[in-house]
Structure formats: C-alpha cells, structure tokens
Design a protein around this ligand. Sequence first.
Ligand code: COA
Length: 427
Amino acid sequence: MIIRTYRKGDEEGIVELLKICFDDFNRWGVTAEDWLSYEEGDYGFKKNNALVAEVGGRIVGHLHLVVRRAYIGAGSADICGIANVSTHPDFRGRGIATALVKRAIEVCREMGLPVVSLLTGYGSEGYRVYRSIGFSNTTFLRVYVGARDSVEKFLEKHGGSRLEVEEIGYGNIDEVIKLHDTLRKKVNLVISRPRDYWVSKVLKRFFFYSFFYDRSEAAIKLLFRDSSVPVGYSLAFSGQRSSRNYWQRDAGVILEAVAINGKYLKSVISETLRLLLSSGAKVFRLYLPTSYRHLLLYSFEEFKGGLLMDYVVDLKKLLSDIRDELSWRVASAELSGPIGISIRSPYGCATINVVDSEVEISGQCESEEEVEFTGDGIVKVLYGVSSVDRLVYRDHVVKINLSSRAFKTMKTLFPVKPVYIPRIDQW
Ligand SMILES: CC(C)(COP(=O)(O)OP(=O)(O)OC[C@H]1O[C@@H](n2cnc3c(N)ncnc32)[C@H](O)[C@@H]1OP(=O)(O)O)[C@@H](O)C(=O)NCCC(=O)NCCS
C-alpha cells in the first residue's frame, strides 16, 4: 500500500470510493466534475491536498485536508481540517485509515498549521480510529428539531416582526458579510469567509456543507432591515425547492441565523420559519449555536450532532496565533502581570506570560505556576467549551499548582463561550 497526494485523474477513483463509503455522497449524486469544482471560491479546498491510499494501482483509501481560518475573538488560527476519511469495505481493518490520518497530521505539521480538526459521529467507526491516534473530544455541535406544531408554537410566541425583508444578492452581500462578522463576538471558531467565498458558496451555487450544494434557487437567503439599517440575515434550505436527492422533500432547514441582538434574532428566525412553512416544509432542522438555546428550547428539541475532535500539533503556535485575543481579555479584565503560567498537555507544553496586560507565549516550561490538562481538557479550555474549574471537577486536569492569582488569570484567559461552526463551512 502506498500513500500519496492527488494526481490528475484521481478524482474518478476518489468519487467512486466516496460514494461506496458514504451514503450521502451517493444520494447527493456527486460526480468527478463536482469534486473538481469545489475549488472555485473555496480557499480551503485544494485538490492537491487530497491524500489517497493505493493498492495495485487502485484507490482504496482517501482523505482530504481542508484548511480553514477559524476565529477565536480577535485572534485567528489556520486549522487543518480532515474530511472524507474513507477505506473501501474490502480493505478495512488493515490500518489504511490510521496510516492516512497519521500522514495527514505530518502534512499539517509540514504546512506549519497548529491544529488538526475533524467532525465525526461519537462512537462511529472513524471515531475509534481518531481516538486511538490521539485526537481529543472538543465538543458536540447541536441541531434543533421540530415538526410543524413546533414552528407554530414558536411563531405564536415570537411572530409579528415589522422588519423589512429582502433577498440576499450581489447588491447587498457586503452588508451580510459585515453582519456575519458580528458572530465572532458571540461564538468561538467562526470560519473566515472572504467575499469570493460568499459569492461562490452562497450566491452562485448554494452550499449546505463543504461538499454538497444545490442550485441557488433552492435556498432561502434573507437580509433583514429596521428603518433601512441591516440587523440580521438567515440562510435556509427548502426540500421542496431542491434539485438534489439529499434532504427529504418536506424538510425545512435553517443553516444560519445571525442578528445584532436577541430581539432581532427572534424576528430573523421566525420570519425564516414562516417562509419555510409556507413553502411546504413539515420537518424542521435548525443548525444554530447553543447560545440560541433559551429561545429555541421552548419549541424545539435539542440533539447532539457531529463531534468536533482536535489534535494539537503545536501548542505554542496555537496560543501565539490567538495572542491578540488573549491580551485583549487580560486588558479588559484589568489584570496585569507579571505572571507566568505553564500549560502542559499530551500535545506538549507552553507558557503564557502576562506582562503589563500583554500576553507573550514561550515554548519553555519552567514556571512554578502550572497546570497539566488531559488531551480532552486542553482542547476544551482553548476553545472555551469548559471553564478551568469545571475541568478540574471532570478529571480533565492531571495536575494543578496555581496560586489564586494565577487561577484567576487562567479563568480570564479562557472564558466559556459557545463553539459554533455553521454547516456551510463544515468539512
Ligand atoms: C472509518 C474507516 C475509514 C476506517 O477505515 P480502516 O482502514 O478500516 O481503519 P483502520 O484499519 O485504520 O482501523 C480500523 C480497525 O482496524 C484495526 N487495524 C489496524 N491495522 C490492522 C491490521 N493490520 N490488521 C487488523 N486490524 C487492524 C485498527 O486497530 C482498528 O481497530 P479498532 O477500531 O478496534 O481500534 C472505514 O470504516 C470507512 O470507510 N467507513 C465508512 C466511512 C466513514 O464512516 N468514515 C469516517 C468519517 S468521520
């Protein structure tokens, strides 16, 4: 078995394998032309970042590296996403996926990327492979589900908006991009979307996931204004209008809803639901952040969706990439140094030094103030999934030697915040 990167012509074998291994690729009817076209307007998709495992000239294993820029507040890091891990059924249980993922980690390291990230089903065949390689469980993404009666209940409570509504198009896309940027204040791991990404993935075609798209008309794309000022937008999808056999015909799916405050958010969601309802939707799935939970749980049920798993390649680099945000957090809490805290993990160690409300990161680990996390612990603290005290309580801290001042600094550096990756950006 050899593992190598993409060569011209591999797309046929890759697509054939994806259709054998994933029912949704099959239902969606992906073609080699589709696969090649993902590169248009998506900075994360490069055919040359596909890895294949070959046995006797035949492609029997594959994965794709999708590099996405993710924001943590004002800081951002390029994360190396692993997608589409697949081994032909006749070749499973021989270590092909394990070898592909290990090679992928090396490629990500060579590219200088600090973290490798993937989405999978908890306990799935893939999960076991990733877990034994050393990936950590970061968090579950959520989906809110309901039928028509749930929507009617929601509209009774939150209906009646007086906002102006228009379709998103070339004329107002820049206003939508600005609104999307406000999401960074509310959730972690917002994925960067340059303008051509928006045009290609939302306007020209409509992507509901990095690899699946439909014609633009299948989407509901709304911009909301109050007295002409943009206050929110939504991206949704109606099974009725779909030309692909992916969602069921009576599905109504909200992929994204963003507003500048809670009052407008209610209107954005209710108007989008109303439109889906009138377009014939009977079953509704809302892929929204957990910060919207209080609003949705009265009417919809919350389910765990994909599990985000991470493998930290370079802890020092990851912390350095989000240094601006860390400095901002320290400054806004009016904390000042000097203080140094060494953070240990199975992925290595780094020290955060706070000097005059500025954060510096070093790869040396000599501070007496120190905390050692498990793999699950370090990714949860970095992305704001859990607070440090909660991680101690949950056995995700192996060792802790922090003064009360250092503990307070850690809590300030790593506040809890929902993690949210919209479906469109998922890999
Ligand atoms: C998930 C998937 C990619 C795994 O592929 P694979 O090549 O069989 O994976 P591996 O061989 O590396 O590992 C699978 C098991 O075989 C074992 N194995 C590895 N090398 C082996 C060998 N030489 N001999 C026997 N068993 C071996 C592994 O230990 C592992 O066992 P474990 O789960 O009990 O730890 C494959 O099942 C698949 O394509 N599934 C459908 C698509 C999918 O769900 N992809 C994941 C999306 S997130």
